[in-house]
Design a protein around this ligand. Structure first.
Ligand SMILES: Nc1ncnc2c1ncn2[C@@H]1O[C@H](COP(=O)(O)OP(=O)(O)OP(=O)(O)O)[C@@H](O)[C@H]1O
Ligand SMILES: [Mg+2]
Length: 245
């Protein structure tokens, strides 16, 4: 089966390596320690869930991992590179090429069709010809069983279908890691299960996935479960010792 996330389990290097990461938000006279001394490494091929009560720092952690937000202190190495030494445009390149995002609210662009939403992720891929680009988009849509809806706009799709398009958008660039923040949060149980099944299949193909969820049943689908509380990792356990081949 074609890999949509780059499997890279041969290298010993951590894909994500957070050392003593702290994130403090300053608003008016309030100081919020959203992340407090996070030490965390994630290797290629892992499927990791991040859980914990509302406000404990899950989304903040994911946005630091995804280079959407910088940390206040500590070091972050993504795929061996120290993120702090990358320029803003180099960080944007890593974000665009190496990281796929899935959000609770789908975040598709309303004025664009499913096809165009997915194609947008390939904007910076000048090495691809138009036909290669098209082929990749169709392949990604096909992977989530949405190729038949490629000309539809988000408003013409169900929530579950929109999330599938969003997953295709996240995968089309063949990122090194997929970061998902409550990807099933806006879905009914049937569609939620479909999204979880898709993520499980991607993991089986060698993909690296980090999923924020407050649902224990969703967390159980991951091979490794991390719990956060007050910005700190309070638990980190592996349920299955099998790794993606
Ligand atoms: N941009 C921001 N400015 C100020 N404070 C922020 C900002 N983003 C997050 N916070 C604060 O940081 C803490 C962690 O927020 P975060 O969104 O990471 O929590 P969460 O675990 O994702 O919660 P939820 O389960 O409700 O999504 C919270 O106290 C929040 O109010
Ligand atoms: Mg959140």
């Amino acid at each position: 089966m074609t890999e949509l996330i780059t499997g890279n389990s041969m290298t010993a290097q951590h894909l994500i390596d957070l050392q003593a990461i702290r994130k403090i938000f300053y608003t008016d006279d309030i100081e919020t320690w959203a992340l407090d001394d996070i030490h965390l490494t994630i290797d290629p091929g892992e499927y990791v869930s991040i859980s914990g009560p509302s406000g404990c720092g899950k989304s903040t952690l994911l946005s630091v991992m995804g280079l959407l937000n910088s940390s206040t202190a500590g070091s972050y190495f993504f795929d061996g590179k120290p993120v702090s030494t990358l320029s803003a445009s180099e960080q944007a390149r890593v974000r665009n090429r190496d990281i796929g995002f899935i959000f609770q609210a789908f975040n598709l662009i309303a004025e664009m069709t499913a096809f165009e939403n997915v194609e947008l992720s390939l904007t910076y891929r000048s090495e691809l010809s138009r036909s290669q680009r098209r082929e990749r988009v169709i392949q990604a849509l096909d992977h989530v069983d949405m190729a038949h809806r490629q000309k539809h706009f988000p408003a013409q799709l169900s929530g579950g279908q929109q999330q599938r398009v969003a997953i295709a958008r996240a995968l089309v660039g063949q990122p090194k890691v997929l970061l998902a923040d409550e990807p099933t949060g806006n879905l009914d149980s049937r569609n939620a299960q479909m999204v979880l099944d898709l993520l499980a299949a991607l993991h089986k193909e060698g993909g690296t996935i980090v999923m924020v969820t407050h649902d224990p049943r969703s967390a159980e689908q991951a091979q490794r479960q991390i719990s956060l509380f007050d910005g700190r990792v309070v638990d980190d356990r592996r349920t299955r010792l099998t790794t993606a081949a």
